[in-house]
Design a protein around this ligand. Structure first.
Ligand code: AMP
Ligand code: ZN
Length: 138
């Protein structure tokens, strides 16, 4: 636990939060400034700054939990869709440097825009990028 980290304090129960799920490894809370009704954050209890620091076992558990929460939200909130967002690094919009997965229920005409500007690419460039990444996997 990092004593200067607000999400460490929330995840470990030192600062109260609206908690909708807790187990040994995670706490899931409602975001204080929600994009939509029900916007939740999955927080690991361990201080992990971002996805680059995350071990495989935690990463697997995060998405299993996200899937369970998404289904519970669909039933409880009757949302029409749902975005899963996870920012790593300031350039990517991360403002709290303790890993968190945003689960954002979406409602028809909720006025939110969670999107990017589509770019362009050439087949040759895509092939080169895929080759560089592929070399580090498996
Ligand atoms: P990000 O920009 O991905 O780092 O997201 C940080 C999120 O944490 C934002 O959606 C904030 O509204 C949320 N947040 C910040 N402080 C708190 C807090 N004390 N309790 C709940 N959510 C928080
Ligand atoms: Zn932390």
């Amino acid at each position: 636990m990092n004593t200067n980290c607000i999400f460490c304090k929330i995840a470990n129960g030192e600062i109260p939060s609206s908690t909708l799920y807790e187990d040994d490894a995670f706490r899931v809370i409602l975001d204080v400034s929600p994009a939509t009704k029900g916007h939740a954050l999955i927080l690991p209890k361990q201080h992990i700054a971002n996805i680059f620091e995350m071990d495989d076992s935690t990463a697997e558990k995060v998405f299993v939990l996200a899937s369970r929460i998404a289904k519970a939200m669909k039933t409880a909130l009757n949302c029409d869709g749902l975005n899963i967002v996870q920012n790593n690094g300031e350039v990517a919009g991360q403002t709290v440097f303790h890993f968190h997965l945003h689960i954002i229920p979406r409602y028809n005409e909720d006025g939110q825009h969670i999107s990017w500007i589509p770019g362009t690419s050439e087949a040759e460039e895509r092939e080169s990028i895929a080759t560089q990444i592929k070399a580090l996997l498996n």
